[in-house]
Design a protein around this ligand. Structure first.
Ligand SMILES: [Zn+2]
Ligand SMILES: [Zn+2]
Length: 254
């Protein structure tokens, strides 16, 4: 691998850079290094930082000392143990999952993993990476599960345990966009199961549930419920971008 890597870095990469120069993953302008944003896009990315809701990680506009939970979490305490998103979902940040999924730029999974690495707890020993599953029909059409690629990249960079097929989609579900929270729950009921092969591996673990975008939280919630039923100690959602709207569950796709 080492020899291959140095051959790649010294011979293949420079040639590739001439033929296919690295481009900003958002706007497509030429940049110096692969998987790097250009000087225009970079400052426009809305990184999610403190202050934020202590339950779901939703950023607050202003620091609030007295109220640590956001309104949706106060109304309905979440089943997950946090959502860590790198950036706010907007026209700029959505280009990354779009290009990853539909333009086959699978290298972008590495870029997402790099940003998620900043949100990682200090002690990774009990962590287990689990991607949100796609139905096999969709994997067959797309060729891959983008969440699995991100999880794999985090596994490679941080040496965290991974179980790629620990969650299974038992049936395909239609896009959830435009549905009420109740309709989403109903459609997803029974659609996601824990792979019985891995019950022992999941019990007592702190799960990093990986997805590309967090929208309504309906799909990840269905995953969280199943993982906790299987004995997971905690389930924290990690994703590239998060849809922020008043009165979430708003959102669309997932
Ligand atoms: Zn750009
Ligand atoms: Zn919250």
């Amino acid at each position: 691998m080492g020899a291959f890597k140095s051959f790649y870095d010294q011979v293949v990469r420079p040639v590739l850079d001439i033929i296919i120069p690295p481009r900003c993953p958002s706007c497509g302008d030429m940049v110096e290094n692969d998987l790097q944003f250009c000087g225009t896009c970079w400052p426009q990315l809305k990184f999610i930082t403190d202050p934020c809701c202590s339950a779901c990680g939703r950023p607050f506009d202003v620091a609030r000392d007295d109220e640590l939970l956001c309104a949706p979490c106060l109304a309905r305490p979440p089943k997950h143990d946090g959502v860590r998103a790198a950036v706010v979902y907007d026209e700029l940040s959505r280009q990354i999952p779009l290009k990853l999924k539909y333009a086959g730029r699978i290298g972008l999974a590495k870029l997402i993993a790099r940003f998620l690495g900043r949100h990682m707890p200090d002690d990774c020993d009990n962590l287990l990476l689990v991607p949100v599953p796609l139905h096999r029909g969709r994997i067959w059409r797309r060729g891959f599960n983008q969440a699995a690629l991100i999880a794999q990249a985090l596994h490679d960079s941080h040496e965290i345990d991974i179980l790629l097929d620990s969650l299974l989609r038992t049936r395909a579900t239609p896009p959830l966009k435009g549905m009420t929270a109740q309709q989403r729950r109903k459609i997803l009921q029974g659609a996601i199961k824990v792979n019985p092969k891995y019950l022992d591996d999941i019990r007592g673990r702190d799960i990093m549930l990986i997805d590309d975008v967090y929208t309504s939280g309906a799909t990840t919630n269905a995953c969280v419920i199943q993982l906790k039923k299987a004995g997971a100690q905690t389930v924290t959602i990690y994703c590239w971008a998060r849809v922020l709207r008043d009165g979430e569950e708003g959102g669309g796709g997932h």
